[in-house]
Design a protein around this ligand. Structure first.
Ligand code: UDP
Length: 244
């Protein structure tokens, strides 16, 4: 599979064409951004860790019958994925109150939600990804009702798979964001699943093991990502060595 011309880049990834029009190559960068790009930094090895973690999650989900864009890992920073027509609706799944939900509704962080909450945001950085509901989605023709039904069912299923999987590895899945796209008539899970897009808390200490460490200038961001990978890959010593 040959890496073709540059297609586009977002805050954390670059996308390239391949010689197969149905596939694109994703390259995970070390760039970290928060607050709509206002806070920026480079975190050495983040791209390598997120490539590994995303591949691991996508494989786990595929093994459980979820359609994802993941095809194969091609290098330490690159994965081959299905080319998707991205649906510009971010699907957020929440198990425990944190982040914008806590702020918006005045619910203290760590409050367990009695029922899993799904939220939708318009994928638009300039508008700061505003929260939208089904009425907006259909009025703006962002997705059709049957596509939304599929995305919602899949998002809840992903949560049902990931929560116990992570719990066994001493990690609480607080919340996460998913993106979907269309590929040959199917709704497929795309983007990435990583500590950049999920909140992971250590089950014993409650310590944050995700991008909130970067958002809040807590330090130890990459060490936390590396620890997530170590727990998920099992065994000792992931191949990605610490450089600090
Ligand atoms: N999230 C994301 N990209 C976004 C917005 C949110 O990956 O553009 C993830 C975020 O990391 C968290 C979950 O979605 O795991 C819920 O985020 P929240 O709405 O609380 O927003 P935040 O506090 O991150 O601004």
């Amino acid at each position: 599979m040959n890496k073709g011309e540059f297609l586009y880049e977002d805050k954390a990834k670059k996308i390239f064409y391949t010689d197969d029009p149905l596939l694109v190559l994703v390259e995970f960068k070390d760039d970290a951004t928060a607050f709509d790009g206002v806070k920026k930094d480079r975190l050495e090895d983040k791209g390598i860790l997120n490539n590994r973690l995303s591949a691991l999650f996508f494989k786990l989900l595929e093994d459980n019958g979820i359609k994802t864009h993941y095809q194969k890992t091609v290098s330490e920073r690159e994965m081959l994925v299905k080319a998707l027509d991205i649906i510009p609706v971010e699907v957020i799944v929440r198990n425990i109150a944190a982040g914008s939900l806590s702020k918006r509704l005045g619910i203290p962080e760590k409050t367990e939600l009695k029922k899993t909450v799904l939220e939708f945001s318009l994928k638009d950085d300039e508008l700061h990804d505003p929260m939208i509901n089904h009425y907006h989605i259909y009025a703006l023709e962002l997705a059709r009702p049957e596509e939304m039904a599929e995305m919602e069912k899949t998002a809840l299923r992903v949560n049902d798979i990931l929560v116990p999987y992570l719990k066994e590895r001493n990690i609480i899945l607080v919340d996460f964001k998913l993106e979907f796209g269309r590929h040959q008539g199917e709704i497929v899970l795309g983007d990435e699943i990583s500590p950049d897009t999920c909140r992971f808390w250590d089950s014993s200490s409650g310590e944050k093991m995700d991008k909130d460490r970067f958002r809040a200038d807590m330090g130890g961001v990459i060490d936390a990502y590396r620890e997530v990978l170590r727990r998920l890959e099992g065994g000792e010593g992931p191949a990605v060595e610490g450089k600090s």
